[in-house]
Design a protein around this ligand. Structure first.
Ligand code: HEM
Length: 359
């Protein structure tokens, strides 16, 4: 079956006919994954979306229209695949597979709910208040160093340091260890990229060092609990249920990894977008109360995460095509968030699925 451009062929099928498999349709193909210029990547993705709501990328079908992406992210039959992006790179066993499968994102639904419930108990108002203070404190110190000069290297001087220093504060780790965390996060984040086979030994080495550091930090906290997140996670109990030692280490490691590379890149991308649109920056400076909407809009316009991968746990009908059980689809949120055909509301603020996976 061929995608003919204007209307999906599936739109003319009778109601009783079984939906064609997503793999039976000759969707246009595209590749943007190695492109380093975000504008070029958005152009390629935009051209593909104007041709069809689905395109075939190097890792399988990518859903591009806002409506279909929203459907994918809201459908509980489409879940995060075990091993995340390792699966589409053909990696399904080995030490790195085992590490990734232990992360919060990969555990099964029941365990996911259990861990989220326990962790949410540790995020007490007291911890949240401390974090607000820490955020203001960290960014003020980083910016103050450069106010006299009136300029700085945004990536090196601010974005790279900001999230890791905050995570140090969250965990109660010494601030001077931020560079250690930052280097480990550099390597571990490659486990969620697309060149894993080539990077495996660097990833495992960094992950091993981080685990050893956390084992030590947690052992010391058990001797003397404080008011940091690790202490709260040790204290937390829900109906007699507690986090095991390994769960605690894995959770803290994933907080560092998920929170560092994302935030430092997104912060830099946001400042780049504001520099390209000085009128918007001036407006924000005049009206700081617009900051929450500005964050949403900057993440819609200049995202650093372009896609979410999902696997069908059963046959799923997606706008008239069937995603067979076991198949992976990529929800291309970058495409959806720039889809003029539906809505201008950023997906990040509207999808309950995102809310389920919220950071
Ligand atoms: C601007 C910065 C960030 C971006 C762009 C971002 C992006 C994302 C995305 C897209 C997902 C969902 C992945 C999926 O469902 O396919 C996710 C999940 C997650 N993020 Fe973030 N994130 C950011 C900051 C953070 C921070 C600061 C933390 C923690 C300190 C964090 C921790 C997590 C965790 C633990 C998950 C998994 C949640 C779960 O499965 O229950 N993220 N993030």
């Amino acid at each position: 079956m061929v995608w003919r451009g204007e209307r999906p062929i599936v739109g003319v099928m009778t109601i009783d006919a079984p939906s064609p498999s997503i793999f039976d349709i000759a969707w246009p193909s595209f590749a943007y994954h190695d492109v380093t210029d975000p504008d070029e990547a958005h152009d390629t993705i935009g051209r593909a979306r104007r041709r069809a709501p689905i395109a075939m990328g190097p890792y399988g079908p990518e859903v591009l229209s806002y409506d279909l992406v929203r459907t994918v992210l809201r459908d509980s039959r489409l879940t995060m695949p075990r091993g995340m992006s390792l699966v589409v790179q053909g990696i399904t066993s080995g030490p790195l597979w085992d590490k990734v499968c232990q992360t919060l994102m990969c555990v099964d639904t029941a365990q996911h709910h259990r861990l989220r419930r326990l962790v949410s108990r540790a995020f007490t108002p007291r911890v949240a208040d401390r974090m607000r203070t820490a955020c203001v404190d960290v960014i003020s110190k980083l910016v103050d160093r450069h106010t006299a000069a009136g300029r700085c290297d945004m990536v090196h001087d601010i974005a790279r340091q900001y999230p890791v220093r905050i995570i140090c504060a969250l965990l109660g780790a010494p601030q001077e260890d931020w560079q250690l965390f930052s280097r480990w996060a550099d390597d571990i984040s490659k486990a969620f990229g697309t060149n894993v086979a080539a990077e495996e030994s660097a990833i495992l080495r960094a992950w091993g060092r981080l685990d050893a550091y956390l084992e030590d930090l947690i052992a010391r906290r058990r001797q003397a609990l404080g008011d940091d997140l690790i202490s709260e996670l040790i204290r937390v109990e829900d109906d007699g249920d507690r986090l095991t030692h390994d769960e605690l280490v894995n959770l803290v490691a994933i907080l560092l990894n998920a929170g560092s590379d994302t935030t430092r890149n997104q912060l830099a991308a946001a400042v780049q977008a504001l520099s390209d649109h000085p009128g918007q920056w001036a407006l924000l400076a005049e009206h700081p109360e617009l900051a929450p909407q500005a964050v949403e809009e900057l993440m819609r316009h200049s995202p650093i995460v372009f896609a979410a991968i999902r696997v069908a746990t059963t046959d799923v009908d997606l706008g008239g095509v069937r995603v067979p059980a076991g198949a992976c689809v990529v929800a291309n949120t970058a495409a959806a968030n720039r889809d003029p055909g539906s809505t201008t509301i950023p997906i990040a603020s509207t999808s309950p699925a995102r809310a389920r996976h919220r950071c």
